[in-house]
Each structure stands twice: as C-alpha cells, then as structure tokens.
Design a binder for this molecule. Structure first.
Ligand SMILES: [Zn+2]
Ligand SMILES: [Zn+2]
Length: 505
C-alpha cells in the first residue's frame, strides 16, 4: 500500500479537499484502510456499491479484515432490513455496506462515504424519489464528512473535478491492459460475422482446451451502419452523434434530437457504395462458432431471463472450456471465469454509440475486460486510431482526458453543461406538442433545447415526446421545469418526467 493513500485519507478528514478519487484496479484494500481510519476517529463509514454481488463481496472482505459490517441491500428480507436499519441508529463507529439506498443510512454525521463505480447504472434510482448515489453522498459529506469516489476508469466529468481541485487523485497501481486492435478495413470478407484474426485466435484457444470469450454489443442478430471503405459512420448533422439504424424501415435516426432520414446507399464522407451493417448479435455469433467448435455457450438477457442463476450457464464454460458468446452481462463474472482470450466483436457500434459519452464508455469497458480477465483483449474496429482505443492500452489516461474535455467544452456537453431529459406524455400529439412548444419558448439562452423526438413504446392511448435540455445552470432548469412537473403549467392529462444527467441519451 503506497503511503500516499493513507496520507490522502487523513488529510481529507482534516478538510481541503474533502473528496478523493480512488482510480485503478482492486480498490477494496484502499476502502478498508480508509474505513479503519474513519472508525478509529469515531466516525461511521458508508460504502455503497452498484450491485448486491459487489456489496456482498466487499462485506466478506471487510469481515475477513476484522470489521463487523452491517450489510443493507434490497435483496434482504424486510425484517432483516428493518433490524439492520434500526441497529444503525444506536451504534457509533459503524461500517455500513450496501447498494444505493444505503447512502441514506441513519448514521450520525460526520461520515466517510465511499461510492464505488459511481458511473454504474446501479447507482441511479429510476423510480420516484429519483436519486443518484453520488449526489446524495456529496450532499452528506460536503460540510464535515469525507467522500471517496472509486472507479477503474473515472468518467471524464469526474476527472474534471481533479483538474479543478475539488477531488484529490489517489492513483492505484494497476495491471497494464493488453489490447490488440484488429483493423476491420483490411478484412477480406465483410460477409463473415468476425474477422479472420479473431476467428483464428478463438479457434486456437478452443482447440487447446482453453476458454475464449466473444463479446457482442447486442443480443439477437441486428446491427448498425458504417462505411467499409473509410470507416465513417453516418452522423446527425445537428448533434454530430452517430445515427442509429432502424432495420425494418431502413432509416437512420438521431436519438438525441429526432432527426431522421432514409438510410443512404453510399457513404456521405467518401461516396463509396460499401455501407455495411455494423455488429453481429449473440445469436448470430453463437450459430457461427457452433460450426467451428464443439462447446459453445451463450449469455445474454434472453438466456438470463430463463435461468435462476447465470452461474449455471457459466460454470460449464469455466470447467470444460470452449467458446462463450456474451453481452456485457458477463463482465461481473470475468474474474471468476478467467478466460484465456477476450474478443470484442465489432467495437464500432460501441465507439460510435449515439451519445456523447461513447468514447469513455468503451475505454472503461476495454480496461475492465483486460484487468478482470488478465487476458489479452482483441478488439475489432474500422477506426483503429480512435482516441479511446489508443488510450485503452496507454500507460496514462491523461492525454485522453485532455482531448475529451476539450471536445466537450467545444460542444457544450457535461461537465460544462448539464443535460436534462424531459419526457412529455399526453393523450394526443397536439397536446404534447403544445406543452413542448411552450417549454421551448420559455427556455432562454444559454439553455438549449434539443428535440423533440418521439418515444417508442408509449402506453396505449398516449403519445410521448422526449426533449433534451442543455443547461448552464441547474437552478434555471428547475424554475423552467418545476411548473410542468407539479402540473401547475400543463393540462391535467399531461405527465412530465424529468431526468437530470440521464445515463442513456
Ligand atoms: Zn466512406
Ligand atoms: Zn441529432
């Protein structure tokens, strides 16, 4: 343990800054040391994780290190949860471990709050009262407590806090990711669902009795659209995010602003008639590998929905070897599975995902894949010089953060603006559009309104429209939206749902 970690925790308890960013692999020992320092000083400690599995694993580690932690999460029976909650009121110097609701644990302030993997969707409560663990933890620790944010690969917006001096960086020594890039532009047969180098590598591992993990970005068969000549992806002329491909209608549309057009036959950048569907889903890949290897398994949301425990699907792969075709559902199991090879099939749809955080998400995924599996990660792409791919194998992430931060500043994205998604639901399109028109008219610069775009899958008899607001100042957004949310400024049949910092755009 580098002495700087302990020093950083002690100095945070004295004040400025009160927040630490623990960046790197294997953060549990650092959390336990911080908890020990806090408890010795008579302060309670909250450690909040994005999943029950992650919270339980940390609770076991804490118990093994001599702590007597209280575990609080949604999978506990109500009586057990109530007694855990009540034991907190009376106790001092307590280590509380749990999932997102644990951030409200009724322990006495000042508190040391640890939020691990803050960017994980498990930290966002999507039902009312909506909250994000990190925001609650920040509020609880702002005056007197200490906040520790932990991440293998911190999001760009979090890194901005380090640059601004609000967060002190504690960089943990971590294994250097081993990433190999397969350039899809040189692939001779675009009709095949995987490239020749990936095919050969997977077959080699499977034949020698090893475990090859093939990661797909989606279940099923479908894909997106890109140019095999120049690697370009069709982008929205208004927002510059990648357009999504709708298979049935052969159309391209923007999920941010609603822009739509028929799918072109030639690339808009180089004019080549070599536009191909991007990506192959788990079903297509599993069928492909079954012709080449005797033992092929599949894990995706469809498979997981039909089993009580995904380890029942994964255990035979772990014991017998072969090929596992999976979506990112497999990520929490990587350390246990220990594959000998990870192949990311067509990473282009991750790289060009229609959202401004696509680059940091794929960077984070690749680093986690490599560090958790300890395996070499082969990445197929038509864009081998993409900054996220270059950064994934680099010794330092600083150049990536600098470049990405400059881009976001130029495009007015977080952390320089906040994004607020607004869904307006009404019985008719006319009513929904009228509410939106008034909202757009009331929004004064620098607030920007993107959209509206239709929301697919609205309840029968209702129409839903989605807007994205870019706001410089959250209080301006609040005064703009509050009359709508409370119903004071909208017809009673209209429902408005507001999502600040939406996880998916
Ligand atoms: Zn092209
Ligand atoms: Zn757009």
């Amino acid at each position: 343990m580098p002495p700087s970690v302990e020093t950083a925790v002690r100095e945070a308890m004295r004040g400025d800054p009160r927040a630490l960013l623990v960046a790197g692999w294997n953060r549990a020992p650092t959390y336990l040391m911080a908890a020990r320092i806090a408890l010795d000083a008579g302060r309670p400690c909250l450690a909040v994780f994005p999943s029950v599995d992650a919270a339980s694993a940390f609770a076991r580690a804490a118990a093994g290190a001599g702590f007597a932690p209280v575990l609080v999460h949604g999978d506990l029976p109500p009586a057990a949860r109530r007694s855990a909650w009540e034991s907190l009121r009376s106790a001092r110097g307590m280590l509380v471990i749990g999932t997102r609701a644990a951030v409200f644990a009724p322990v006495a302030d000042p508190v040391l709050a640890i939020v691990d993997d803050e960017d994980n969707s498990g930290h966002k409560e999507e039902r009312a009262p909506r909250f994000v663990t990190r925001v609650v933890a920040e509020a609880r620790t702002r005056e007197t407590g200490v906040l520790i944010i932990g991440a293998t690969t911190p999001p760009v917006a979090t890194w901005a806090g380090v640059e601004a001096g609000r967060l002190r960086l504690v960089a943990l020594p971590s294994p250097r990711p081993r990433i190999g890039v397969v350039d899809l532009r040189r692939r001779p047969d675009p009709g095949m669902p995987v490239s020749r180098p990936v095919l050969d590598a997977v077959r080699r591992v499977a034949r020698s009795g090893g475990r090859a993990l093939v990661l797909a970005d989606r279940k099923g068969y479908a894909g997106g659209l890109h140019c095999a000549e120049c690697g370009a992806v069709e982008r929205c002329p208004q927002c510059s995010v990648a357009l999504s491909y709708d298979r049935s209608g052969r159309r391209l549309s923007c999920r941010v602003c609603g822009f739509a057009m028929p799918a072109p036959n030639v690339c808009s950048r180089c004019g080549a008639a070599r536009l191909h569907l991007l990506g192959a889903g788990t079903e297509r890949l599993a069928a492909f590998f079954r012709r080449l290897a005797p033992r092929v398994w599949r894990l995706d949301a469809d498979v997981a929905a039909n089993v009580r425990d995904v380890t029942a699907v994964l255990a035979p792969f772990r014991e017998q070897g072969g090929v596992l075709v999976a979506t990112t559902l497999v990520v929490p199991w990587l350390e246990w599975l220990r594959p000998n090879l990870v192949a990311v099939v067509s990473a282009d749809r991750w790289l060009h995902r229609p959202e401004f955080r696509a680059a940091e998400r794929i960077l984070s995924l690749l680093r986690t894949l490599s560090m958790a599996s300890r395996a070499r990660v082969l990445v197929e792409t038509s864009d081998p010089n993409h900054p996220a791919l270059l950064a994934a194998a680099a010794a330092s992430l600083r150049p990536f953060y600098a470049e990405e931060t400059a881009l976001r500043r130029a495009l007015d994205y977080p952390p320089f603006r906040s994004l607020v998604a607004v869904v307006v639901s009404a019985r008719s399109a006319a009513v929904a559009d009228a509410v939106i028109a008034r909202l757009a008219a009331d929004a004064a610069p620098p607030t920007e309104v993107l959209g509206p775009s239709p929301v697919p899958g609205a309840a029968a008899g209702r129409v839903e429209r989605r807007l994205v607001l870019k706001v410089a100042d959250r209080s301006a957004a609040r005064s703009l939206l509050w009359p709508l949310v409370t119903g004071a400024a909208a017809p009673s049949q209209v429902k408005v749902v507001v999502d600040v910092d939406p996880i998916e755009l």
